[in-house]
Design a protein around this ligand. Sequence first.
Ligand SMILES: C[S@@+](CC[C@H](N)C(=O)[O-])C[C@H]1O[C@@H](n2cnc3c(N)ncnc32)[C@H](O)[C@@H]1O
Length: 238
Amino acid sequence: VALVSAAPRDLTHDLPRGTDKVRAVDAMFDRIAPRYELANRLFTFGMDKRWRRATVKALRLPAGSLVLDIACGTADLCRELGAAGHRAVGADRSRGMLHAAETAAPLVRGDALQLPFEDGRFDGVVSGFALRNVLSLPALFAECARVLRHGGRAAFLDVSEPESRLLRAGHALYFRHLVPAVAGLFLDQAAYRYLPRSTAYLPPNPEMLDQLLRAGFRGVRRDARSLGIVQVLTGTRE
Ligand SMILES: C[S@@+](CC[C@H](N)C(=O)[O-])C[C@H]1O[C@@H](n2cnc3c(N)ncnc32)[C@H](O)[C@@H]1O
């Protein structure tokens, strides 16, 4: 989910790795799919919709562009792409998430690291809160570069940590303690405990930008939003 927390970098040791991670992520999203969007709206006080709109805007593509929403989940970003006049296509691994999706966009079941599309097919790619879920971020960025045409644009929305120590503490309290407690009442406590911790998979910001450059993007940048609790990474395919 679009949920976040200030994760010390040494906390990755007790998170799943390799095929264990793939299985755990698939099972978790299949499980939480029916209430995924409700939980996002509730726990972000509706801000997640604004973040997705800003992500689509950050593509800076003309209406009518063909844009792939990678790890589309329940297709929230596909709907924002449609509202902006783009032609959206969604792809995700989770049957449950795709089943819960309500969108006019075509959806494909597939892995973000092996997308079932030919080279240079898309004018743009987006993803929302997916970066920490894949096995390899450099492999994801390389696959995005592969399916984009030259000059195509990418915009990745994901969680982040506020810079200020005070905000980081409040943020951690909210997402690591309050959210799992509330989720335990009517959602899935294990999932909403895991999701904030999974931010530890994300490398430091300069490293992510460097990975984008090495995957074949130029003009890469990172924009923090909402006091730094989310970030949008953008780049143009060389
Ligand atoms: C936090 S949800 C985000 C859903 C949606 N993008 C959004 O903005 O709400 C993460 C999604 O990534 C998908 N996912 C995780 N790993 C994936 C992979 N390797 N390939 C495709 N989808 C993946 C999950 O199934 C899940 O739907």
